[in-house]
Design a protein around this ligand. Structure first.
Ligand code: FDA
Ligand code: NAD
Length: 454
């Protein structure tokens, strides 16, 4: 097969790819210069998968989640659509654009191709990357040549078998990463309306998916090995609120143990389950580039412009291990905010280098968030040092508004808030960025008021 050649190729079709494409469009990429190659059939935002489940099951779309499901391609579509258009959901992850002068345009990314001239090479699994000859090869044997490559392959799920669990390939065990995964879970739930579900894992997927299931009145047990949920961010004090709240919502949370054989637990208990959904972490997809780029912390090492050690190759999103300027450290981040910003930074850097210009180094303030049931929290900064909890941490209260600060060397380095207003969340970001001096007593007394003064 003849090679296809492009000036720029983005490999991957997720969040970072979407934002990279958007930035390419902003920078004035010419028709035919850019291709996005993804193994999936659609351009996706994996965040949307959770929403896909909600939509399928409840036929409703909570307002807070609308943008999530449509992002980032929603942004492109909205930029392309005529003024006064509105959008509504047409099944999971495809959108119908209602516009006054266009009858209806079903968009699964086609807009990119016809409006901007970005080639979408979907359902194409890249199985070989030769960075020396600047060539990618697909499973079907097609070759793609590039001048500049943006790696945006994201992560894949860690499996129970990675932890040595037997029976982990049983057909009632599901994972959640791609749209197909969500479809399979929805199908299994539809086939068994009274299914009893066990969710394995107490991180983001575990907590968010459990909430979605309970909102659909599905019986759920949650099991995780740590003494409290979301241990990579939550302290025991924060987790106590969420565990209490989930209990109130009818979730049975089993802590401090894990699955050793399907849903047989390490402590000997056996859980009854029709369906098991596993969220035990993610691992960046870097194997295509092994031995060809420097790696660190399981990711592809980049500089502050997301340039890797290989010439003309950039890595963005979940796969990038980059300098975290604020903390004089190198880190890898598995969240959308960084995926978007790293993608934009890389494309800006590509154009700047072509024009002999320079841009500022990436200076990222970590930002994580999650929504479940009617709860919504945000966190900015670093979760290091001493902590102080403030506000109403009673899971049974009507307001449940509380937060936490992290203090290191007498300065605030991290801030968490549940149920904050947009202004308070802005203040949270600012306080984590500015890092003012404060004492634990002062913060316990002033709570979010302290951040709001900064
Ligand atoms: P992403 O995973 O988005 O995209 C990678 C793309 O590369 C995929 O299209 C994949 O198919 C493709 N690909 C990989 N290898 C390939 C190959 N060899 N050939 C061709 N294509 C290949 N974060 C957050 O901040 N808030 C949130 O609410 C959520 N919610 C959420 C829900 C669920 C269910 C998941 C799984 C994850 C989240 N996340 C999240 C995490 C967030 O989605 C994640 O950090 C970003 O999607 C990372 O963006 P990337 O573009 O790096 O990878
Ligand atoms: P995670 O890292 O958030 O949580 C993994 C959890 O797995 C741990 O907290 C632990 O409780 C559990 N675990 C580990 N080993 C286990 C074992 N042997 N048995 C049982 N439990 C075990 O990962 P995740 O929840 O799977 O999420 C996957 C990816 O998706 C991550 O990159 C995450 O950041 C991302 N994500 C983010 C959001 C968000 O930002 N709101 C939402 C969903 C997913």
């Amino acid at each position: 097969m003849a090679d296809k050649s492009f000036k720029y190729i983005i490999v991957g079709g997720g969040v970072a790819a979407g934002y990279a494409a958007r930035e390419f469009a902003k920078q004035g990429v010419k028709p035919g210069e850019l291709a996005i190659i993804s193994k999936e059939a659609e351009l996706l935002d994996s965040q949307g998968f959770m929403c896909a489940l909600e939509v399928e099951e409840r036929n409703s779309f909570p307002s807070g989640m609308q943008r999530k499901a449509r992002d980032p391609f929603f942004n492109m579509v909205s930029e392309l659509a005529p003024p006064n258009s509105s959008f509504s959901l047409l099944g999971p992850l495809s959108y119908i654009v209602h516009a006054p002068d266009v009858q209806s345009l079903v968009c699964r990314g086609e807009g990119l191709e016809s409006h901007i001239g970005i080639s979408l090479i979907l359902s194409t699994y890249i199985v070989k990357a030769d960075l020396a000859s600047k060539t990618l090869v697909s499973a079907a044997g097609e070759s793609f040549k590039y001048e500049k490559l943006v790696i945006a392959t994201g992560s894949t799920v860690l499996k129970l078998s990675d932890f040595g669990v037997q029976g982990a390939d049983s057909k009632n065990i599901f994972y959640l990463r791609e749209i197909n995964d969500a479809d399979k879970i929805v199908e299994a739930l539809k086939a068994n309306k009274n299914a009893k579900v066990v969710v394995v894992g107490g991180g983001y997927i575990g907590l968010e998916l459990t909430a979605v299931l309970r909102m659909n009145n599905i019986e759920v047990d949650m099991v995780y090995p740590e003494p409290w949920c979301m241990p990579r961010l939550f302290t025991e004090g924060i987790a106590a609120f969420y565990e209490g709240y989930y209990k109130k919502k009818g979730v049975n949370m089993i802590r401090g143990t894990t699955a050793v054989k399907a849903v047989k637990l390490k402590d000997g208990r056996v859980l009854e389950a029709d369906i098991v959904v596993v969220g035990v972490g993610a691992i960046p997809l870097t194997s295509l580039f092994e031995g060809q780029v420097e790696t660190d912390k399981r990711g592809i090492k980049t500089d502050a412009f997301f340039k890797t050690s290989a010439p003309d190759v950039y890595a963005v999103g979940d796969v990038a291990t980059f300098p975290m300027k604020m903390y004089n450290d190198v880190r890898r981040v598995e969240h959308v905010d960084h995926s978007r910003k790293s993608a934009e930074q890389a494309v800006k850097a590509i154009y700047a280098s072509e024009q002999g210009k320079s841009i500022d180094e990436y200076d990222y303030l970590p930002y994580f968030y999650s929504r479940a049931f009617d709860l919504s929290w945000q966190f900015y900064g670093d979760n290091k040092g001493e902590t102080v909890l403030f506000g109403d941490t009673d899971p049974n209260s009507a307001t449940h508004k509380f937060g936490q600060y992290w203090i290191k060397d007498g300065k605030i380095v991290g801030a968490f808030l549940e149920s904050g207003t947009p202004e308070e969340n802005k203040a949270l970001a600012k306080v984590a960025k500015v890092q003012p001096a404060a004492t634990l007593d002062q913060l316990a007394q002033e709570g979010i008021g302290f951040a709001s003064k900064i």
